[in-house]
Design a protein around this ligand. Structure first.
Ligand code: PLP
Length: 389
């Protein structure tokens, strides 16, 4: 008899960015030069004072197990940060720390939805949402993001998808993969509709600090919503700390214990030296964040018009995050083939919009967390390739 695997593990999806990165690295190993616009992480170092705080904490012996919910000093700093940034009164007892924002996505789905339940999530969207829902045995219900609405959802459409079986609504702004933000009026209408149901909300706000002239309002600020909304934030994007693996969330009271149990059953705790670096990140000088966002803006301001200058490509201006999501439906080949051939024939690694869901099929996702020189080189290569079609 052969050993078996579960159905659940067979339902897990993956992240296209890691698959394309592996293909790009294999090409590079053969001597090809590849411009990396596939991976979603800031191309900056962790701010020095933050790294130093982590190193000092290691030297001070902060290298052991610690509280599963997070060090009190970090939970307090995170609660204060959420209060200051969103005007939300957050009790530090409701703030949890995990190894990235990602575990909160998975654990929130596991804690709230199972077979027979529905979870609404943005499409195109971060692929882990759908993967987690399928793993949990619940039914994924995609909420289309509309290009003509700046890649936000239509609140009427959200209302029509909400039903008796909806257990969780996942929202994300600024958004991956589109850079879209949700207009305040739409968010209020969404909240009104959700308040008529018993659904929890997971508001993925990991790109909140990376916006250009627009504010990404949290749905938790709408009266009545904080009690049912998990406000998710992290260190990866804001402080260029992807490898530290640390994120935090302000969670509704009833979810504190289930989420702590999921964390203790899986990772036990976040390394305390990383958490102390996190305190330095939240409480220390913010000029590195300001400089990083200014640089992302400079690149966006170059990239979007440059993409619009390529015949058959149109790209709306993203209000946040560090992604452009050009529409390539007027080109003679589809976006999947385009992404494959841009890597193989032009040495530009980027993602097909389809890796973010059905509603992304006409698009490419370009991460502009790469130098302006790289972006200029990439636009030159993409233009030459498109003109050769
Ligand atoms: N949520 C979104 C929308 C993301 O794009 C990402 C990372 O790409 C994450 C969550 C996970 O971030 P972390 O590194 O904190 O786990």
């Amino acid at each position: 008899m052969r050993p078996a695997l579960t159905d659940a593990v067979g339902r897990l999806g993956t992240e296209g960015a890691f698959a394309v990165l592996a293909r790009a690295r294999a090409l590079e190993a053969t001597g090809r030069d590849v411009i990396h616009l596939e991976i979603g992480e800031p191309d900056f170092e962790t701010p020095e004072h933050v790294a130093e705080a982590g190193i000092a904490a290691i030297r001070a012996g902060e290298t052991h197990y610690c509280q599963t919910a997070g060090l009190p000093v970090l939970r307090e700093a995170a609660a204060a940060s959420i209060a200051a940034s969103r005007g939300l009164p957050i009790d530090p007892e409701r703030v949890l720390v995990a190894t990235g924002a990602k575990p909160f996505l998975f654990f929130t789905v596991l804690a709230t939805a199972g077979p027979g339940d529905e979870v609404i999530y943005p499409d195109p969207g971060f692929p882990i949402y759908e993967s987690a829902v399928r793993f949990a045995g619940a039914t994924p219900v995609p909420l289309p993001l509309r290009e003509e609405r700046g890649f936000s959802f239509d609140p009427d459409e959200l209302e029509s998808l909400l039903g008796d079986r909806t257990r969780l609504v996942i929202l994300n702004a600024p958004q991956n993969p589109t850079g879209g933000v949700v207009p305040e009026a739409d968010l209020r209408r969404a909240a009104e509709a959700i308040l008529q149901t018993p659904a929890w909300v997971l508001s993925d706000e990991v790109y909140r600090r990376i916006t250009y002239d627009v504010d990404a309002l949290s749905i938790a600020t709408v009266p009545g919503m904080l009690e049912r909304t998990l406000v998710l934030d992290g260190f990866s994007k804001t402080f260029a700390m992807t490898g530290w693996r640390m994120g935090y969330a302000a969670v509704p009271e009833e979810l504190v214990d289930p989420l702590v149990r999921l964390i203790v059953n899986s990772t036990s705790c976040v390394p305390p030296f990383a958490q102390l670096a996190g305190v330095a990140a939240l409480e220390g000088p913010q000029d590195a964040v300001t400089a990083m966002v200014a640089e992302f803006r400079r690149r966006r301001d170059y990239l979007v018009p440059a993409l619009n200058g390529i015949p058959g490509v149109r790209c709306i201006e993203p209000g946040g995050a560090f992604y452009a999501f050009p529409n390539v439906s007027e080109l003679p080949i589809d976006a999947d083939e385009l992404a494959d051939r841009l890597l193989d024939e032009a040495g530009v690694a980027l993602l097909a919009g389809s890796s973010f869901g059905q509603h992304g099929i006409d698009h490419l996702r370009i991460s502009y967390a790469s130098s302006l020189a790289n972006l200029e080189d990439a636009v030159g290569r993409i233009t030459a390739f498109v003109e050769s079609l």
